[in-house]
Ligand binder design. Structure first.
Ligand SMILES: Cc1ncc(COP(=O)(O)O)c(C=O)c1O
Length: 401
């Protein structure tokens, strides 16, 4: 480690609330799939800002759009019309397709979920009465860290220290249609699901489950909301994961790669859900601001023109196949899960943190969830050859471990 690294790590220890156990590396530059540390060492990045740089690091089109907008107009608040926000809302509606979608812009995934929760509660109250405020989410889900999003999250380990949580959330086991059906009552205003659970360990919803959720929501007059914060922007192939399932929600939460690494979030709503909010119901000082919206427009344009959804599917399939072969060869991997370039390897032994640390030493950046799950969320520019380097590294490291 360099002296510079030591100095900065000491500052982190002295002056940060310790909400993160940071790894022993100082990244100073990125380009595409690659990160570089303060000593010029190159890394292949399979964390991708935890799925927030789908275009790859330091994409020139986003950098140019941001720089130009910074010199033109940075901020005027949402009380006035601005060009990029209007164009971005239209672009997102086109990406989602079908009946028009209406957007509310915010700054993060957890804020997008707060917006979904407020929208669903108001929708339920107006449509079916004061009691209709309950939201059903999945066990093991992750929806964010602010109090309402944390209450929606289905992970007691992240929640217990901060109780009492917000009332009005019911958690059901994922992919259990009967449990979902039984949980929907006259008090239910929405069902909120990640099409592929991310933070919980990369568990895809089954197609029949999402189809049943859509049907149940239609029959019982309940909103179907998808948290596409991690799955969105071509991560699983299509622009939004639900398009791959063919199950259209009424509301969705977006963030992460919306502006390729700059803080951005959005709620998109369609149909009656889009008629819920009135002026004054919700707001954000910075959401959809000119610079972020410029970054988002450039991001979406490049994701499409570079064909990165198709690449996510092709490289994701190659990665999944190679991990499956590695599992068969070594016995060290109990299960490979995922869709597109949202992939996890569940280890047979509780050594995920050690494996991630060893990969980092070898210049391969991966994320460990708990003690058993390795998660791979590379930028969507990842080539099959780069995915093969990851698998070769894992083979060496798992063998040594
Ligand atoms: C599915 C999902 N929802 C919400 C969030 C919260 O997003 P943010 O960290 O931008 O608040 C995350 C973050 O990982 C996520 O994966």
């Amino acid at each position: 480690m360099s002296t510079h690294f030591d100095t900065l790590a000491a500052l982190d220890a002295a002056y940060h609330l310790p909400t993160y156990a940071r790894k022993p590396v100082l990244f100073v530059r990125g380009e595409g799939m690659r990160l570089y540390d303060d000593e010029g060492r190159e890394y292949l990045d399979f964390v991708g800002g935890i799925g927030s740089v789908n275009l790859g690091h330091a994409h020139p089109a986003v950098a140019d759009a941001v720089c130009a907008q910074m010199r033109t107009l940075v901020q005027v608040t949402n009380l006035y019309h601005t060009e990029n926000r209007a164009l971005l809302a239209e672009r997102l509606s086109e990406l989602a397709g079908g009946e028009p979608w209406k957007a509310f812009f915010c700054n993060s995934g957890t804020e997008a979920i707060e917006g979904v929760i407020k929208l669903a509660r108001k929708w339920g109250k107006v449509r079916r009465g004061e009691e209709c405020i309950e939201i059903i989410t999945a066990e093991r889900s992750f929806h964010g860290r602010t109090m309402a999003a944390l209450s929606a999250t289905g992970q007691p380990s992240k929640q217990d220290a901060f109780a009492p949580l917000l009332p009005g959330f019911v958690h059901v086991p994922l992919n259990d249609i009967a449990a979902l059906e039984a949980a929907i009552t006259g008090r239910t205003c929405a069902v909120l699901l990640e099409p592929v659970q991310g933070e919980g360990g990369v568990y895809p919803c089954e197609e029949a489950y999402l189809e049943a959720a859509r049907q149940l929501c239609d029959e019982r007059d309940v909103l179907l909301a998808f948290d596409e914060v991690q799955t969105g922007f071509f991560r699983t192939g299509p622009a939004f994961a639900w398009q791959g399932y063919g199950v259209r929600p009424d509301v969705m939460a977006l963030a992460k790669s919306l502006a390729n690494g700059l803080p951005a979030g959005a709620v998109l709503a369609t149909g009656s859900a889009a008629e819920t909010f009135a002026p004054g119901d919700h707001g954000s000082t910075f959401g959809g601001g000119p610079v972020i919206a410029a970054a988002a427009l450039a991001t979406i344009e490049a994701l499409e023109s570079e064909g990165l959804g198709a690449n996510a599917q092709a490289t994701g399939a190659a990665l999944t196949a190679a991990l499956t072969a590695l599992a068969a060869d070594t016995g060290a991997i109990a299960e490979v899960r995922g869709r597109g370039l949202m992939v996890a390897a569940e280890l047979a032994e509780p050594v995920a943190q050690v494996i991630a640390a060893r990969c980092l030493e070898r210049g391969v950046v991966i994320n460990a969830i708990g003690e058993r799950v390795l998660r791979f969320l590379s930028p969507l520019v990842c080539s099959p050859a780069e995915a093969a380097i990851l698998v070769d590294t894992l083979r060496a490291v798992l063998g040594a471990a």
